[in-house]
Design a protein around this ligand. Structure first.
Ligand code: ZN
Ligand code: ZN
Ligand code: ZN
Ligand code: ZN
Length: 417
């Protein structure tokens, strides 16, 4: 039996935005997406009461998701069986994400199959989910013969072999089996099912009554699941279009801000905004950007500057200091290079660097340079002429000392060999 809840009276004014008149506030709420409305209902008791008191807000929210090719969100089934089909639970189930039904990895994607209540994190998991590992199938007669199958949502399909098969979630079947066993045990021995069990503890009579309610609710649940399954495909197609447009929008803003687009997209605020706008099939706009820009830019942290000389990135504050070091280093290395090696001026196309001696050899070999004869460097009187004098003074001292000629350089002259 549906539980009747006493609703507290809705407040006369709109508390969220201060003393905003109620009709203005409701007007704003009527522009919300289904997920927005769930979040608003969760923010405060007065919002929740207000939304509950104005059921049409859910209707408008369902309409607001209709964009492009995507039609409005199918209305939830109103059913008498237990199971969470409240407006909030319904919207959260569709848009709120959850663990993958196969590997439990969290995913934000819409359910893979609304009838079997499968959610998949990836294509491999979706394949496994739609296989025997998670789907129960048998002939209609076999299905009917299961004592606990009453009211279990299922789908009958005609196979190419012209045989009709009944498909349902394997989890539904095993769960119903445990539930039936637990009801028997409860009747016989008052046994309590463990706290971890996924079903409510019922006596056999209670479970029998629940079976009847389930069987009456089943068509509405199956119809809604089939509507959601086909709605999901158009939603996903539109979602892809909007997500691509929003990605482009972020790229444009990144270009204007001179920031890497991927880096901009990774800021928590923009990431969250994009997820919400994509989910609600809404394009990001300049006014949304302007409203959130400072928060987003703050999250980027200090701006990085790339040094043109060395190509490394520095935070703005450290860049000036670096620039001095970098320039200094650059000049020093340039100076050292000039000091050590030079280009040949006569070979304008060549980038080859020569030492001073190397250039002279090169010019002698390639450009017909006649080596300037430095008369004092070698002594003609010494037979092997191996000694190279470093200065004129050295040569004069040598002439004086060894050959006893020329002016005395320093000290008394000595007779040589
Ligand atoms: Zn998975
Ligand atoms: Zn640098
Ligand atoms: Zn040359
Ligand atoms: Zn000599």
């Amino acid at each position: 039996m549906p539980r009747t809840k006493k609703l507290p009276a809705a407040p006369p004014s709109f508390h969220v935005f201060g003393d905003l008149p109620l009709d203005v506030g409701l007007g704003i709420f009527s522009l919300c997406s289904p997920f927005d409305l769930v979040q608003l209902a969760a923010t405060s008791k007065s919002n929740r009461t207000l939304i509950q008191a104005h059921a049409y807000l859910w209707e408008s929210a369902h309409d607001n998701i209709a964009r492009g090719e995507c039609p409005r969100l199918p209305t939830r089934p109103v059913i008498e069986t237990s199971g969470n089909y409240s407006q909030e639970a319904y919207v959260l189930w569709v848009f709120g994400g959850g663990p993958c039904s196969h590997c439990s990895k969290p995913t934000t994607s819409l359910p893979l199959d609304f009838l079997f209540r499968f959610r998949a994190c990836s294509t491999p998991c979706s394949r496994i989910l739609m296989s025997r590992q998670h789907v129960h199938y048998c002939s209609p007669a076999e299905f009917k013969a299961l004592p606990y199958s009453i009211g279990l949502p299922h789908i009958a399909r005609e196979e190419p072999s012209t045989e009709i098969y009944v498909y349902t979630s394997l989890k539904f079947v095993t769960n119903a089996k445990h539930e039936a066993t637990a009801a028997k045990q409860f009747n016989n021995r008052g046994y309590r099912p463990p706290a971890s069990s996924t079903f409510k503890r019922r006596s056999q009579a209670e479970l029998d009554a629940e079976y009847l309610r389930r069987d009456r609710s089943r068509p509405a649940i199956e119809k809604n699941a089939s509507e959601l399954n086909s709605w999901r495909d158009t939603y996903n197609a539109q979602h892809a279009i909007v997500a691509a447009a929003n990605k482009d929008f972020i790229a444009r803003m990144a270009k204007e801000e001179r920031i890497n687009a991927a880096r901009l997209g990774r800021t928590p605020t923009l990431k969250q905004l994009k997820h919400a706008f994509d989910r609600d099939l809404e394009p990001l706009t300049l006014s949304v950007w302007n409203h959130n820009r400072s928060a987003i830019v703050d999250e980027l942290g200090p701006k990085k500057v790339v040094c043109q000389h060395c190509g490394n990135a520095y935070h703005e504050a450290g860049f000036i200091t670096h620039l001095f070091d970098c320039q200094d280093g650059k000049q020093r290395s340039l100076f050292e290079q000039i000091k050590k090696k030079v280009l040949c001026e006569q070979c304008p196309d060549s980038r080859r660097l020569y030492t001073k001696e190397g250039l002279e050899d090169h010019r002698v070999a390639q450009h017909g340079l006649v080596r300037p004869v430095v008369t004092w460097k070698h002594c003609p009187q010494c037979p092997d002429r191996k000694r190279v004098f470093k200065s004129r003074e050295g040569r004069m001292k040598h002439d004086n000392d060894v050959h006893n000629s020329g002016p005395p350089a320093r000290g008394p002259s000595r007779a040589g060999k």
